[in-house]
Each structure stands twice: as C-alpha cells, then as structure tokens.
Design a protein around this ligand. Sequence first.
Ligand SMILES: C[S@@+](CC[C@H](N)C(=O)[O-])C[C@H]1O[C@@H](n2cnc3c(N)ncnc32)[C@H](O)[C@@H]1O
Length: 341
Amino acid sequence: MLLSDLYSDTKKKLDNFNIESSEIDSKVIIKNILGLDDKDLIMNTELSLSKNASEKLSQVIAERTSGKPISRIFGNKEFFSMNFDINKFVLDPRPDTEVLVEIALNLIKKYHFKTILDLGIGSGCITAGILKNSEGTYVLGIDISEKAVRTAKNNLIKNDITNFDLIVGDWGQSLNKKFDIIVSNPPYIITKNIQDLPKEVKFHDPLLSLDGGFDGLQSYRSIAYQSFDLLADDGFLLLEIGYSQYKNVEKIFTGYLYWVPEETHQLKSPLSSADLKFSSGSIVKRGTEILPNIFAPAPIKTLFPILGCLSPRTFPVPPRVTECKIETLSPILAVSPITRL
Ligand SMILES: C[S@@+](CC[C@H](N)C(=O)[O-])C[C@H]1O[C@@H](n2cnc3c(N)ncnc32)[C@H](O)[C@@H]1O
C-alpha cells in the first residue's frame, strides 16, 4: 500500500464524520502510528501495515470520530513550535492564543519589559512562548488547579525553559509584586452555553478552563480587581476574550481605571509582522500582508477568541473613570495560603 493511499483512506473515514480538520488529523495519525516525520510523508513510500499498526489505526480513527481531539488521543499538542503534554487537567492550547504571545513579545521588545504574570497558566503554553522567545524575562505563572500547575512545570522543563516561578492560587490574590505585563486567557464561556460546545471541547477540556460563570465574565471581574495593584503603571494587561465580549469586558476594566486603547479590539491576526504603536490610542500595523481579521463574528461553538489589550492609567488619553464596583466581583474560589511549586 502506498502512503498516499493510507492517507486518503484515513481522511475519507474522518470526512464521513464531518471532521473539519480531517486533512491535518490524518497526517498526525499516520505520523504517530507509523513513527514517521513530515519528510517521510512527502516521500510517499510503499508500506506494509503490520497487524498491530492496523489495529491501532482503527482504534485511533474510532476515537477521533467519536469526538476526541487528536491532541487528547496522543496526549500532546504543538504551540509556538514547541510540544506540550496535554491531560484532562489542562486546556488544549489553541492556535489563536499564539496571537496573545505575539503581542506580549512585541511589547516586551518595544518597552524592554522584564516581568510577566501569567494568570491561569494551564499547560504553560503562554509562559513557554514568552520565555522561549525573549531574553532576560521572568514569568510568574498561577493556576487554581494544582494539577494544571504541575503539568505546566513539566512542560516548561521539557522545553528547556527557565526563569519562572509557579504558584497555585486564585488569580493574583495574595501577591504583592508589580509586573510589566499581565497576560491571561481565562475561562470565558457562559455556564449554560457549555453544553452547546462541540464534543471536542465540552467533553475534553476541563470545566475549570471553560466556565466563565453566569455571563461568561466572572474571571474578568476578578482579574480586573485583583490585577490593578499588580500591574506596573506603564504596563499592559493582555487578555483573550470571547468573540462577543469586547464591550462588556471593556466596561469592567474601565470601571477599574484601565484605559483600553481605542482600536485594540480590532487587532489583526497574526501579529508577527505587526508593530504595535500606541499613540492617541491607535495601533499602527507595519508591513503589507493582508491579515485575517480575528474580529469576524464566529459562532461561540468554535471558541473563537478575540484579543483585548488593556493598559492602565498612564496613557495620554485620560481613562474614563467610573466608580469601582467591588460588589460585582465573582465568588472567590479561595486557595489560601498560596502554594509555591
Ligand atoms: C482557558 S484556560 C487557559 C490555559 C492556558 N493559559 C492556555 O492559554 O491554554 C484557563 C485557565 O485558568 C485557570 N483558572 C480558572 N479559574 C482560576 C482562578 N480563579 N485562579 C487561577 N486560575 C484559574 C484554569 O484552571 C485554566 O487552566
């Protein structure tokens, strides 16, 4: 059998179940089961499939067509050209979140930022992306799930990353240090909408990484309140937010004296060649590529995020100051005292 035939056959089986990512999934399945790399796939060699490999292939196809994501089947996922171990305690890192890392790296380069706080570190993908691609930076990563923090620790070590500390805690509660950048991809799905998410998400990503409370905004309220004193005066808070949440998230943060640069909710993706220039609240894009607009409406089912970039107090445009509404804070899932891993 030719490798290309095995590929077409696998892809067809996935297509029969309307698996949108059938092309890439088929390649990953074949590579993993036969122990091949990308080069081997291009070569299209003749192969004889052992009984063992054939059984494994059928089993994996069955798992995939029943809604298990490839990353969960093989227990790992690529993010920012690094490999991360994935388990039931951590969110499967999404390619969209790479944009958040790109923005952080742009800011680090531009303003020579050194200290970063990663709230809700999960698998460690954001922290790893930042530390691997910037010099002299330090990240403190926090998650309320101890199992997630342990997974992040293993992933950071596995990717030869140093200069981080990890804490089990409730967002930034109990911290008294200031950071140049606070980055977070918090849970932002409305509780009652979780049941409508695709099987790949609702049955495999941990609830703790999805559930944003009754209106999907509870994490943002906690983060807005807790991070205010943790962010340096000229620092940035970078958040991943749900596609329809921009206005509400903006309202929460401006309520806590954050200023949201005017055009940040129209950030384009990817930003690797983009230059973020904050002057009079605008973002100027460098380069000529036509970039897909990640602000395009998408059904919530796809968990398609939009990125918000928030900055406190010291920007030239005065913040819209409203009273802090502390009573709107989410119920605190206190983990006290905090545990440093
Ligand atoms: C959407 S996941 C993001 C994980 C990872 N940063 C990423 O981008 O793939 C949100 C993470 O926040 C964590 N989390 C939820 N509530 C938290 C809280 N109150 N304090 C700290 N972390 C929390 C979850 O355990 C989960 O790992």
